[in-house]
Design a protein around this ligand. Structure first.
Ligand code: C5P
Length: 235
């Protein structure tokens, strides 16, 4: 199933403490951003990549793309203050370029380079059929809801899933959910929340625990280990 991927890449990387966009940090010698882009560049079902960037980083990123042979980036809109704003900029760019409501779009954090091509394929197929599908893994730990340092409740672990990206949607459904969130001043922590608000059911596609987001220095160390394991598996 063909799809367009939208990658918000306009964060600051404050929690990484790198002093620059964390996506420029090397993972196994290649910038995290290039590793994530490479997954989609190599996937024949990915028609195009829309990348939200900070305007002062556009030139540097352009140079990185051509140096790494990344050819599928068709638009690089300015990102926004919040991640949701950056995704919104991608959706607008997609629609302005004549994107169709029923085509499949997928939002993926540029900071998650270990997404599996198999999960991407399942997400695209599920979103095409049902409208909305998100990558998630089962919670391994018991989760408590806590307020002011006091445990309020313990949700049934069988029903708890930890949500990742990609999150895949029919484009019209995502665009409408985003417009509604914007009109209401609602800020979600993922795109699914916006679609959930609009009442459309969202399906889970089981992903892998490898699909970690490079957020802190510890994640980068885990990333190096994952990369080594993947390279050994290839040999
Ligand atoms: O900060 P966090 O790791 O949650 O960001 C997830 C993704 O969203 C990263 O790829 C980051 O570059 C992107 N982002 C963005 N615009 C923002 C904040 C984050 O594109 N304002």
């Amino acid at each position: 199933m063909e799809y367009t991927v939208m990658l918000p890449a306009a964060g600051s990387g404050r929690r990484m403490g790198a002093g620059e966009n964390k996506l420029f940090l090397p993972l196994g010698g290649l910038p995290i951003l290039i590793r994530t882009l490479g997954v989609f560049e190599r996937d024949p079902a990915c028609r195009q990549i829309i990348l939200a960037v900070r305007s002062d980083e556009r030139g540097r990123i352009r140079g990185m793309l051509s140096g790494a042979g990344i050819t599928k980036v068709t638009a690089m809109p300015d990102g926004g203050q919040e991640r949701q704003d950056s995704v919104h900029a991608c959706v607008r760019a997609f629609m302005e370029a004549g994107g169709q409501d029923d085509s499949v779009v997928m939002v993926h954090d540029a900071a998650r380079p270990f997404i599996s091509p198999k999960v991407i394929g399942e997400l695209a197929a599920t979103a095409a059929e049902h409208g909305a599908a998100i990558a998630a893994v089962r919670a391994k730990d018991t989760v408590k809801q806590v307020r002011d340092g006091l445990v309020q409740s313990t949700p049934d672990r069988e029903e708890l899933w930890l949500v990742q990206t990609p999150q895949a949607f029919r484009a019209g459904l995502l665009a409408e959910a985003e417009s509604r969130a914007e009109a209401d001043g609602f800020l979600g922590t993922d795109e699914s929340m916006l679609v959930e608000r609009s009442g459309h059911p969202v399906r889970i596609v089981e992903s892998t625990y490898d699909n970690v987001k490079m957020t802190t220095k510890e994640d980068l160390a885990i990333g190096e280990v994952l990369l080594k394991r993947l390279e050994e598996e290839k040999e």
